[in-house]
Design a protein around this ligand. Sequence first.
Ligand code: ZN
Length: 57
Amino acid sequence: MTPLQKRRHSTMRQGKRRATQRIILPSLISCTNCHQPIRSHRVCPYCGFYSGRKVKT
Ligand SMILES: [Zn+2]
């Protein structure tokens, strides 16, 4: 059975749900090598550096 709601949710309830979903935003940090805004805990897509050394070619 497909889960179907019995009644339509109010806009307040919809907004409350969406408010909790949009808290998680990508935390941007600047690269230590090229100073570009990149995602934290990710290899820099511009120069391929991670934690002070070249990871990607
Ligand atoms: Zn970089």
